[in-house]
Design a binder for this molecule. Sequence first.
Ligand code: SIN
Length: 187
Amino acid sequence: MSHDTISANRHRHDFSGRDSVWLFGYGSLIYKADFPFLERRAAHIHGWERRFWQGSHDHRGTPASPGRVATLIEVPGAECAGMAYRVAPQVFEHLDVREKNGYLRFTTPLDFGDAQAEGLVYIATEDNAAWLGPAPEEAIARHVAASSGPSGSNSEYVLRLAEALRKLGQADPHVFAIEHHLRALDA
Ligand code: SIN
């Protein structure tokens, strides 16, 4: 699959008759809401874990030197904490461009703790051309420390995500391990 998912995403969901749609964010969408939203709530999705296994050609790296950004992998019994936004359907025109580097929209149940809803989540699966795949967390940190792109340094992406998860009162061992190695490299 091409790494440019804009047109694939435009055909994936029919929003006709909908006033709003829930979006679940687990990476930069937690801390960078550069779109209008009607409501924002902390949420979880079940059966997924965050991994820095997706290449970034357009935000935190370049096509010649991709950075590493978050995607989700399926892990039965796992929980992934993030931020959910209720948005007007037109907002996906912006989001599809922002998330164009390998991310496809999937439908997922959202768990707010006291309520449930159905929402959409952008996931980069391993069949996309920008996929980098697993590596030891220390090697991921070295890769991140050496990468940057039009949206800024790759380190900033990791550090802001770790900080946003702490603000939500959530721990993510993978994100926190990479953050720890990054701070050690910086020291
Ligand atoms: C997300 O945040 O939900 C998707 C990945 C990203 O844009 O960092």
